[in-house]
Design a binder for this molecule. Structure first.
Ligand SMILES: NC(=O)c1ccc[n+]([C@@H]2O[C@H](COP(=O)([O-])OP(=O)(O)OC[C@H]3O[C@@H](n4cnc5c(N)ncnc54)[C@H](OP(=O)(O)O)[C@@H]3O)[C@@H](O)[C@H]2O)c1
Length: 362
């Protein structure tokens, strides 16, 4: 039942941020599923309310399986804990606590005080994974950073002449759009913007509530007003982090094209400050798509939360071909950034390898 609740919750992907994904299954006293629901921000009704509505009278003496702690506060919607209590639910099984300080532990306390049986921690790991971006944002106050790169077997992302299209096949590239769909923002460096003139939109074809915000780190403001990024800024938001010393005329012309330019002394070099600026805009997650300098900078500063490499079975070769990651890098193999909880998938001939950085303290 909890697996089903998590499955339902996932249906809200791309449509709930800055709220969490939530799914709920109501099981009646005879053990049959009586109602199901999942949360969509625009729908307003929470997963529990939807599942209770479907279950109607059958909810009495039943069990509610919820992928996240039900909330006990008056937010945009009335408390879900009240709805569960009023419906006569006897037992609530929740996967994880809500890390939102307004909710955390209070929902469980409210249900216990009302005499409902409570069980927590069922499929905790899966439920935490599902809401990893929201959980990270609530705990750290910074967006969850997912670094995604495509490379050849020899770890190159472009040839010695800068040609980079395409390393991976169509199936892997379709998968990238699915990934973009999960994120609030997408970020690249000036080198990539100049070399590839990318569009950086979510072309998954899946519904999303907020537009994918495109972020460019471009200290010297080298991006051209004629680039795809700048030309589409009215349709798809674009924030450029540049230095205060950037050319004023260029700032004006980009701003008049609808580009938001954030200027400070460091011009995007201070990645912590970049992430803080995104957090202020309520962007909970960012997919970093390169290039090598940006990837290296995020890794060197320990700011990456998840990594995905698409590896194509080809050798590019060449001493001067672009590597996937630069920056300072590790001095010893023992210091290399290792991944844990690694999962692999294949897309036609290409491999997708995803994992989470192992931190020193772990
Ligand atoms: N296969 C893939 O997955 C993939 C993905 C992306 C790119 N690529 C390839 O990678 C190449 C571009 O990589 P790149 O390393 O030259 O460029 P990059 O990492 O995209 O951009 C680096 C530039 O960003 C600016 N920047 C702003 N803030 C920064 C910060 N905190 N740290 C580092 N740089 C910062 C700097 O430009 P200023 O000094 O002007 O500010 C720097 O030169 C292209 O050939 C592209 O095709 C491949």
């Amino acid at each position: 039942m909890m697996r089903r609740a998590i499955e339902l919750a996932a249906r809200g992907t791309g449509q709930v941020s800055p709220s969490p994904l939530v799914g709920c299954v109501i099981v009646d006293a005879s053990g049959e599923i009586a109602g199901e629901g999942f949360y969509l921000y625009e729908g307003l009704k929470h997963a529990e309310t939807l599942a209770l509505e479907e279950a109607a009278g059958r909810a009495r003496s039943g069990t509610a399986y919820v992928s996240l702690e039900p909330h006990a506060h008056h937010g945009r919607t009335p408390p879900c804990t009240d709805a569960l209590i009023e419906a006569g639910i006897k037992r609530v099984v929740a996967a994880i606590e809500d890390p939102n300080p307004k909710v955390s532990g209070r929902g469980f306390a409210h249900l216990s005080r009302a005499g409902l049986e409570l069980q927590t921690g069922l499929l905790e790991k899966e439920a935490s994974r599902l809401n990893e971006k929201y959980i990270h944002f609530m705990r750290e106050g910074l967006p969850f950073v997912h670094l995604k790169l495509a490379a050849s077997l020899d770890g190159r992302t472009a040839t010695r002449t800068g040609d980079s299209r395409w390393i991976t096949g169509e199936a892997a590239r379709r998968r990238v759009h699915e990934l973009r769909h999960e994120y609030d923002a997408i970020l690249v460096g000036a080198g990539t913007a100049l070399a590839d003139d990318p569009l950086l939109t979510d072309r998954s074809g899946l519904k999303r509530r907020r537009p994918l915000v495109r972020v460019l780190l471009d200290e010297a403001l080298r991006v051209l007003p004629a680039s795809q990024l700048a030309r589409t800024a009215r349709e798809f938001p674009l924030i450029v982090f540049a230095s205060k010393r950037a050319d004023k005329e260029k700032v004006k012309s980009l701003e008049s094209a609808g580009v938001e330019i954030v200027q400070d002394e460091e011009g995007g070099r201070n990645l912590q400050a970049v992430l803080e600026a995104l957090a202020k805009r309520s962007l909970q997650s960012v997919l970093v798509e390169g290039g090598a300098n940006i990837a290296g900078a995020f890794i060197d500063r320990g700011l990456v939360n998840k990594i995905t490499f698409f590896i194509a079975p080809m050798i590019i070769g060449g001493r001067d071909a672009t590597p996937a990651v630069t920056g300072t890098g590790a001095e010893k193999i023992a210091d290399a950034l290792r991944l844990k909880d690694v999962e692999t998938r294949s897309h036609s001939l290409d491999f997708e390898i995803t994992g989470y950085p192992e931190r020193a303290e772990e």
